[in-house]
Design a protein. Structure first.
Length: 318
């Protein structure tokens, strides 16, 4: 333990005059022997350097900041799309809250991050949470945290980040409770109160925007319904669509039997295609051109609603 502390102290001293922050961190990691972290940083080196340079073009002198935290990987999900959408609409309401809005990846042990979300059209740069240290004048801060990341958020804060947060007069932490199955128990989020007493949750569905949910987690609940902007895609007349049946990857009890029957009875006239490994825009283009959609998961979800709004016929089987 003493040797490890000495190595870290020695690494900080010997790398003190390295001007580039990310290179300095890598050198310190290597000297102190933290090779696992070094491997991760090496993998994300270009992203870190790019983020460190482009953060300089943000309004770092702002006194009010809203952070939308997103998962560390550049992948697609309805929840991630909703987070980007909410962030963009929050930017449009600047005349109300008078704050800057930025998207940052969640804290994680390996330093993984990404710079652009490439699975759907957007104009957002993505930074990492550690870069909040560049905002020296903050007086008000709102942090939106995905529910799946709320439990470990406080434990991943460095002393430097904790001290930085302590200097901010007003902090609100809002847990994005978009999937109640991923929402941690109250005992796992109690550490958040070490940062602020203003802890809230926003839920994604009317069904669990209730007093019961508020009481269960002992924090106020507000409703922010996920909104999917499909205004760039027009309704295609049903008769002009391709004879195609789309279906989701969800598992349900009779899925195999249903698909087998469809293949046997409609396979000559219809294409059956699983929605998989598509960007969001590719998915919408396919939905726009397909006559039918089957969702084997949640009933009135995006797969169901978007197909209907684009002129298709939808079935929810679950």
């Amino acid at each position: 333990m003493i040797v490890h502390k000495f190595k870290k102290y020695f690494a900080q001293i010997i790398t003190l005059f390295i001007p580039v922050k990310i290179i300095r961190r890598i050198a310190r990691t290597y000297i102190s022997g933290e090779k696992d972290y070094l491997t991760a940083i090496g993998h994300d080196l270009k992203t870190h350097i790019l983020q460190d340079e482009l953060i300089k073009y943000e309004n770092l002198k702002t006194k009010a900041l809203i952070i939308m935290m997103v998962p560390k990987g550049n992948f697609m999900s309805g929840g991630i799309y909703a987070m980007f959408t909410i962030a963009n609409y929050t930017k449009e309401m600047k005349n109300i809250h008078n704050a800057e809005v930025i998207i940052m990846t969640i804290l994680n042990k390996n330093g993984h991050t990404y710079f652009r979300q490439t699975n759907f059209k957007n104009n957002n740069f993505v930074f990492r949470f550690e870069q909040i240290l560049e905002y020296k004048n903050l007086e008000k801060l709102i942090i939106h945290i995905p529910e799946e990341s709320a439990a470990e958020f406080y434990s991943l804060l460095t002393d430097e980040l904790k001290n930085h947060l302590k200097k901010i007069n007003s902090i609100q932490i809002n847990i994005m409770n978009q999937n109640i199955k991923l929402m941690p128990n109250t005992k796992y989020i109690k550490d958040l109160f070490n940062i602020t007493d203003n802890i809230t949750q926003t839920v994604a569905h009317h069904r669990y925007c209730t007093q019961e949910i508020t009481n269960k987690y002992k924090i106020p609940a507000k409703l922010i319904v996920p909104y999917t902007d499909i205004s760039n895609y027009s309704l295609t007349p049903f008769e002009q669509k391709t004879n195609r049946i789309l279906y989701t990857r969800d598992n349900c009890q009779n899925k195999i039997q249903i698909l087998d029957k469809l293949y046997k009875e409609l396979g000559k006239d219809y294409i059956l295609k699983e929605i998989n490994n598509l960007s969001f825009d590719e998915y919408l283009e396919l939905t726009q051109d397909s006559k039918f959609m089957i969702t084997f998961g949640e009933g009135y979800d995006g797969y169901f609603a978007q197909s209907m709004l684009l002129g298709g016929i939808c079935f929810a089987v679950y």
